[in-house]
Design a protein around this ligand. Sequence first.
Ligand SMILES: C[S@@+](CC[C@H](N)C(=O)[O-])C[C@H]1O[C@@H](n2cnc3c(N)ncnc32)[C@H](O)[C@@H]1O
Length: 330
Amino acid sequence: MLAVKVPKKEAEKTRRKLLELGVLAKGYSIKREGDFVLFPVTGPVEGFEIAEAEFEKVERRPRSYREVVEVPDEIRPLLPSSFDIIGDIAIIELPEELMPHGRAIGEAILKVHRHIKAVFAKGSKVEGEYRVRELIHLAGEKRTETVHRENGIRLKLDVARVYYTPRLATERMRIFRKTRPGEIVFDMFAGVGPYSILLARKAKLVFAVDLNPWAVKYLEENIRLNKANNVVPILGDVRKVAGNVKADRVVMNLPKFADRFLREAMLSVKPGGVVHYYGFGPEEDLYSEHEAKIKATARELGLSVNFIERRKVRPYAPRQFNIAIDFKVE
Ligand SMILES: C[S@@+](CC[C@H](N)C(=O)[O-])C[C@H]1O[C@@H](n2cnc3c(N)ncnc32)[C@H](O)[C@@H]1O
């Protein structure tokens, strides 16, 4: 095929020029010949020495498991375009029709994403007080413990025993940016500590509570792993702790039931302190119901609230969003 031949020292400049002109032939490797470099091109290029040469074909690595997985054509459109990666574990949500092909899908994910060592399918919704879901092993190691990196911290966790989603990383960073040095933070539903440990980088002290003994075991390990010695892990029901803590900032990351804990949150915040409330809301009216409950609880306690910000955090279900409301309690 046609080639542009240039001295070695001009290779990089030439490569950029050929790319810019859009004449570099794709799928072939560049060739060295003594003090010269040969570029495969799609046609003659003005201003360059043109030669004839044979080039080796380069295999393009597939970017998605969908390019390599073998499933019947009629169900191919159902293949999810994305999945969660927690540490070296992939968790994918498969429609029923694809479940019989779970193993092939898992193997394809392992093949394309070399850093993934185990693949699971979601076997249920997030359920119960601990907010965990069933997982179905599809391929790779039968292991559910991993270490995940997020916002510069390391989180060890067991994906089958505790709640954790990487999809809140941006939201957690947002709360980190709002946190001021020296603050006391109360993380009411701490899980393995993705908020607590991050906020501890700025706060003076973080009280981190969770009901799930596995979550608190990993939280304690993560405190050690990240040297976050200003995080105080507490195992138990937050109702027993609330009121004994007076915080500048309260995080209520239990969207399914946070409205049931508003009293506890308001009793645990200093005057002028901020509460980060999470909930789920229908697309047509995301915030009204939650804001009404917040106002009603404040009224009952003889307090007043000031809404600072409200936002969609992420889509949750069709026409449903995970939302956040930040409010000040006076
Ligand atoms: C949605 S998860 C959030 C965990 C963590 N904040 C995160 O972002 O990964 C909610 C957590 O609240 C805990 N939880 C539920 N009810 C609780 C209660 N009454 N007291 C303390 N923790 C509770 C669950 O065990 C679960 O770990």
